[in-house]
Design a protein around this ligand. Structure first.
Ligand SMILES: [Zn+2]
Length: 387
């Protein structure tokens, strides 16, 4: 492994090469010594462009030419703080859990998430949460709670900020032509938003508040709008995010916090608060604000991850209201429905609209820095390793 500023010598795979590959050619090509570019995080705010050898996929694996990688909240926690929750950065690793790619070659026994074989040239989205498939939680349809899981793009399992990545075939979902590469990279985030929305049991014509309008918060706004939530109140300190929430169906949007929200907006949710509240900021005081904004008997869904792995709330307020706190973790089996929702942009979720910034792989450090500073009106950054 070499780090910059050593001159980069590996030859990136070009889209034309990918299209020419068939199964035999692909297998031969990747038997040859080959290098590809990769970005590794060495410590807080320390991303380096490096090269490393390619490897052949195992019998149940597939090697992908990574087409698009979304810069996500987990990436930014690791970039800013060197940790996320109790998971810490123990050594250099490749971030990037949100991605799609094009199949270069697959192992002879490789099957996708639908049990179908994968062929070179096929575009796929990848579910980064690898569950065991055998435990109590996996068997009862809660793979997101599997205690034996690994996660592509968190320390311990390299992610997709690379020209190539090898993943288990069963993590791959074929993408229809109607979903762009950028949107394909955001399907995991959409699945996370759908999982949080399903926990909340949003009902038509019932108020919903969303505090924190990063991509996941905005996706929850869109899903709540599709279900028919009203009023749908969206709050974020960054004005361009609040403005975008209106485009995706918020009936009220406030550039600030729940506590600074105008009284008329607070009253719109109901005299005693909102029956459903999502905390999609990075926790901290936002949870206290959510508890105050919630109506008696409300469901408060916690989606954000606090930087210091702890939070506090006003206990007497939460207890007197009899609130239900729900911790949302990743996604369950939402990916197929996420693909359907993203395929019909007018009636579903047009993920392309979220993508405000596009970068090459060698611009990853700039992309992360911009996201960490919330600069230039960023909503979602996507990195294209093949460009
Ligand atoms: Zn399991």
């Amino acid at each position: 492994m070499r780090s910059t500023p050593v001159p980069f010598t590996a030859r990136p795979i070009r889209p034309g090469q990918i299209r020419r590959l068939d199964g035999v050619v692909a297998a031969r090509k990747y038997d040859e010594p080959n290098l590809h570019r990769v970005v590794r995080l060495h410590g807080s705010c320390d991303l380096r462009l490096e090269t490393r050898p390619s490897r052949n996929p195992g019998e149940h694996e597939v090697i992908l030419a990574v087409g698009a990688v979304g810069v996500c909240g987990s990436d930014l926690h690791l970039y800013n703080e060197g940790r996320i929750g109790t998971t810490t950065l123990a050594g250099p690793f490749v971030p990037g859990p949100e991605f799609m790619g094009t199949v270069l070659a697959a192992g002879h026994a490789c099957r996708d998430a639908c049990g179908q074989s994968l062929r070179p040239g096929q575009r796929v989205a990848v579910e980064p949460h690898i569950s065991c498939g055998n435990c109590t939680w996996c068997k009862r349809g809660q793979p997101n709670l599997c205690p034996h899981h690994t996660f592509i793009g968190l320390p311990g399992c390299d992610g997709a900020l690379a020209e190539q990545v090898v993943v288990p075939g069963r993590q791959c979902y074929p993408l229809p032509d109607s979903i762009s590469d950028n949107a394909g990279a955001l399907l995991e985030a959409l699945g996370v938003a759908m999982h949080a929305a399903s926990l909340s049991r949003i009902r038509p014509q019932e108020a919903v508040m969303v505090a924190g309008l990063g991509p996941i918060g905005l996706m929850i706004v869109r899903l709540a709008a599709l279900i028919g939530a009203a009023p749908l109140i969206a709050v974020d300190p960054l004005p361009w995010r609040a403005k975008f929430a209106r485009c995706w169906g918020a009936t009220h949007a406030h550039a600030g916090t729940l506590t600074s929200m105008p009284e008329r907006m607070r009253r719109a949710a109901g005299q005693h608060g909102s029956p459903t509240v999502f905390e999609t900021a990075w926790a901290g005081t936002a949870i206290t604000d959510c508890v105050h904004a919630a109506a008696p008997g409300a469901r408060v869904v916690l989606v954000g991850i606090p930087p210091d792995d702890s939070f506090s709330l006003p206990h007497s307020v939460a207890r007197r209201k009899g609130l239900t706190l729900l911790f949302s973790r990743r996604m369950g089996a939402e990916m197929p429905l996420a693909i359907r929702l993203a395929s019909s942009d007018h009636e579903g979720v047009n993920l392309d609209e979220l993508v405000t910034h596009k970068w090459r792989l060698d611009q990853t450090a700039r992309a992360f820095s911009q996201n960490a500073r919330y600069a230039d009106g960023v909503l979602k950054s996507v990195i294209h390793p093949q460009r």
